[in-house]
Design a protein around this ligand. Sequence first.
Ligand SMILES: *[C@@H]1O[C@H](CO)[C@@H](O)[C@H](O)[C@H]1NC(C)=O
Ligand SMILES: *[C@@H]1O[C@H](CO)[C@@H](O)[C@H](O)[C@H]1NC(C)=O
Ligand SMILES: *[C@@H]1O[C@H](CO)[C@@H](O)[C@H](O)[C@H]1NC(C)=O
Ligand SMILES: *[C@@H]1O[C@H](CO)[C@@H](O)[C@H](O)[C@H]1NC(C)=O
Ligand SMILES: *[C@@H]1O[C@H](CO)[C@@H](O)[C@H](O)[C@H]1NC(C)=O
Ligand SMILES: *[C@@H]1O[C@H](CO)[C@@H](O)[C@H](O)[C@H]1NC(C)=O
Ligand SMILES: *[C@@H]1O[C@H](CO)[C@@H](O)[C@H](O)[C@H]1NC(C)=O
Ligand SMILES: *[C@@H]1O[C@H](CO)[C@@H](O)[C@H](O)[C@H]1NC(C)=O
Length: 424
Amino acid sequence: MSGDSNPLKPLSFYKQNSFVIKLLILFLLFGLTIHLFSSNSIHYSSPAFESHTSSPQTDKGSDSTKLFRDEEKPKCDLFKGEWIPNQSGPVYNNSSCPFIEHHQNCMTNGRPDSGYLYWRWKPLDCNLAKFNPERFLDLMRNKSFAFIGDSISRNHVQSFLCILSQVELAKEIYHDEEYKSKTWVFPKHNFTVAVIWSPFLVKAEIFEDNDGFSTSETQLHLDKLDEKWTSQYNNFDYAIIGGGKWFLKTAIYFENNTILGCHYCHGEKNLTDLGFDYAYRKALELVLNFVINSNHKTQVLLRSVTPDHFENGEWHNGGTCNRRVPFKDGMVNITDIDRILHEVELQEFDKAIGVALEKEVWLKLLDTTRLSLLRPDGHPGPYRQSHPFAKDKNAKVQYDCLHWCLPGPIDSWNDLVMEILMND
Ligand SMILES: *[C@@H]1O[C@H](CO)[C@@H](O)[C@H](O)[C@H]1NC(C)=O
Ligand SMILES: *[C@@H]1O[C@H](CO)[C@@H](O)[C@H](O)[C@H]1NC(C)=O
Ligand SMILES: *[C@@H]1O[C@H](CO)[C@@H](O)[C@H](O)[C@H]1NC(C)=O
Ligand SMILES: *[C@@H]1O[C@H](CO)[C@@H](O)[C@H](O)[C@H]1NC(C)=O
Ligand SMILES: *[C@@H]1O[C@H](CO)[C@@H](O)[C@H](O)[C@H]1NC(C)=O
Ligand SMILES: *[C@@H]1O[C@H](CO)[C@@H](O)[C@H](O)[C@H]1NC(C)=O
Ligand SMILES: *[C@@H]1O[C@H](CO)[C@@H](O)[C@H](O)[C@H]1NC(C)=O
Ligand SMILES: *[C@@H]1O[C@H](CO)[C@@H](O)[C@H](O)[C@H]1NC(C)=O
């Protein structure tokens, strides 16, 4: 697959794209609220969302027939399909789930429409069963499950907890100082769920407060993993690891404690801009090598990047997302930046999967990028705040067109997780 995909744009594309750079500088100057931000809004030609199947490139060893069983039966690509209307709706809501964080609690915050709740993801060649929380909890008895990454991982874990808590209420047993990493337990099932805040997955010194204001460039160590998750890795039976958008930020890149270059650091520093894709590729390579070489056989899903849906601007300059229905195939093009992040993911995954199979390491791709791209209607938009238009219906409010309402389209990611884990 990687062989067929478009070559990445040369780095000079970014250097020359001073408009984007100015936008990003503006963003940093204004230090706006959110932890993640989006790409430029140039819609670039992209027929190219080929679906992805992980086919091993190595010869099949005779003792690995079991691992290859899947290859022999006709395969349904779960990530290729469309959103179809479905009246059954979400299994939880703002009253029945206590884990929804304020900024994604669209119902409580007064989002007036509810049409976005009545769609189901339909893979082209099969049906995706609805997440079955009873069965899932049963299979997870005595097990431990981690979500590792940025605020999208937090968004995802909250959906996961909400669905499962309709059967047994999860109990929080740990949080860090900033409430970014947390652990819960489902006592009756002795099932532990953790979310670990590690937005770069590699070692990073971040000089940014909770409102996204940076006092200095992030320093990224592209040859060292973030111990916050690696030190706990052996505790987990399952892990969903994801990254992406944080790599777009201004950063200085280190390897072997030596400055190697940077990203968006033009002007004051005389450093080579290596491009965000350079850093993301290095980071994913390191993460996947760690997974493949770990003695502890954690089952790992690599979750792909989440595209945003800002229109007419970005986080900081009035970007909005007012669509109320999903896109049909062909009605939307992924932005250049999201496409590149996604291509890096597919390429690094393809590189890793052969070795993973050889070593009998359970590694799969959770490729939610394309199905998420089709859901511009699922974001909080202005309803990241409580009743934003209560006082003034023309109030200027900041939109969130990146994270997902809960309940919302991200619940489908768990249907996919269940399908992938159970089908094994
Ligand atoms: C997507 O990109 C293609 C190729 O550039 C273009 O023909 C098409 O109009 C674009 N579609 C949208 C919805 O922007
Ligand atoms: C939330 O769900 C509960 C039961 O699942 C239901 O009784 C209630 O009406 C729902 N509330 C809203 C606001 O949808
Ligand atoms: C849930 O949302 C509804 C509006 O959809 C609102 O009336 C209700 O107060 C909310 N419940 C909670 C517990 O926030
Ligand atoms: C709606 O979704 C549910 C759960 O996946 C499924 O059982 C049902 O058949 C769907 N209904 C329609 C009309 O597709
Ligand atoms: C869970 O652990 C308990 C205590 O070690 C054990 O008795 C039980 O059989 C285990 N259950 C499963 C499904 O592994
Ligand atoms: C819970 O699961 C762990 C393994 O993850 C096991 O060591 C422990 O004994 C279990 N506890 C109970 C009460 O079943
Ligand atoms: C890392 O740096 C040390 C000292 O600066 C050097 O001796 C070593 O060869 C370097 N290692 C790599 C892999 O570049
Ligand atoms: C920047 O780096 C180039 C090449 O490494 C060097 O020729 C130039 O003198 C440097 N400029 C400054 C201001 O350090």
